[in-house]
Design a protein around this ligand. Structure first.
Ligand SMILES: *Cc1c(COP(=O)(O)O)cnc(C)c1O
Length: 336
């Protein structure tokens, strides 16, 4: 099967399976799991933070960050398209009593600094207390510019806000710019990173912050049922995600670009290959093609896509350069 739905479908590597079978473990709720501790120390060190917390998912990492920065009645500023606004079940509001203040995302994924400034509420009993700015990088496969991050950080600092990065795919953003992940995370008070997407770990995300933030997050994680016991089993694979899988992302980016260029030559698709910066290709299907029927015909040939007129095709470890050719040839056959 060639699966373009998401990089979340990646299978763990053989090295990961071996490391998992051999992992030294303990009860992580007591802080006794040496493999989890090692992963957390390694991540904090790699990304320039005091502390790190291994958690079950990116959604949990973001929720813990929001709940640790904000109190009941506080608000966070984020993009309309932000995962931690739009795709996390309203968790901050439901579980944290924290109000989101979504703002327009520009086509490059950024939020205008002037929109951020204008949304910061005055200290007045009528308003929620604006506490946090949350950005996302990559967002919809797009990389936020480094100078924008620096400007957002100084805005946050000057207006007494904390700044969080949903860095589910921050490794893709770093590889796309040929810089270290730490060059991006340096602008933030906290960062969440998914290890289970392009980095191929089976389970897990990392939350980074200072000791105080991670202390609070550890308490909330336990309350939310995310305190895990012999979690070293999965942390062993997560370590290899950070050490062995980051540089490989460049292949995913090449494959995405190649796919976009090939689709752009076909009349059935509208694609701007220049917009492809990382591992996502967005393509619009021509009106006379039924997305569900296309997905069903492709499935018969062992190719999986999420049916939509606005296709999102994601490249990852388990899609090779040759698989891109197979996919495009299959499309040509079906559309012949
Ligand atoms: C996938 C994703 C998350 C959530 O991660 P899960 O592990 O699926 O909960 C958060 N933010 C972004 C930008 C994501 O792409």
């Amino acid at each position: 099967m060639i699966d373009f739905r998401s990089d979340t479908v990646t299978q763990p590597t053989e090295a990961m399976r071996l490391a998992m079978s051999r992992a030294e473990v303990g009860d992580d709720v007591y802080g006794d799991d040496p493999t989890v501790n090692n992963l957390q120390d390694m991540a904090a060190d790699m990304f320039g933070f005091d502390a790190a917390l291994f958690v079950s998912s990116g959604t949990q990492a973001n929720l813990l960050a929001l709940m640790s920065h904000c109190e009941r009645g506080d608000e966070y500023l984020c993009g309309q398209q932000a995962h931690n606004y739009k795709f996390e079940g309203g968790g901050a509001a439901v579980l944290g009593s924290i109000q989101p203040q979504p703002l327009n995302n520009q086509t490059d994924g950024s939020i205008l600094l002037s929109d951020i400034e204008a949304a910061i509420k005055p200290d007045d009993v009528h308003f929620a207390r604006t506490r946090l700015l949350s950005l996302e990088n990559t967002i919809g496969g797009k990389v936020l510019r480094q100078d924008y991050l620096a400007q957002a950080q100084s805005l946050a600092f000057n207006r007494d806000l904390k700044i969080h990065l949903d860095g589910a795919r921050v490794a893709n953003a770093a590889v796309a710019q040929d810089i270290a992940i730490a060059d991006i995370t340096q602008y933030f008070d906290s960062v969440s990173i998914c290890l289970s997407k392009g980095l191929c770990a089976p389970i897990g995300s990392i939350l980074l912050g200072d000791e105080r933030l991670i202390g609070k997050a550890t308490r909330w994680r336990k309350m939310l049922g995310g305190g895990m016991r012999q979690a070293g089993i999965i942390a062993a694979a997560a370590k290899l995600a950070l050490t062995d899988q980051v540089d490989r992302l460049v292949d995913d980016h090449h494959n995405a670009k190649a796919l976009a260029l090939l689709l752009a030559e076909m009349p059935e698709f509208t694609v701007d290959a220049n917009l492809v910066q990382t591992n996502m290709v967005f393509a619009t299907l021509a009106d006379d093609i039924n997305p569900k029927m296309l997905a069903a015909s492709l499935a018969d040939k062992g190719i999986i896509i999420s049916p939509s007129r606005q296709l999102r095709l994601v490249t990852h470890k388990d899609i090779s350069a040759n698989d891109i050719k197979v996919f495009v040839n299959t499309l040509k056959q079906l559309m012949g």
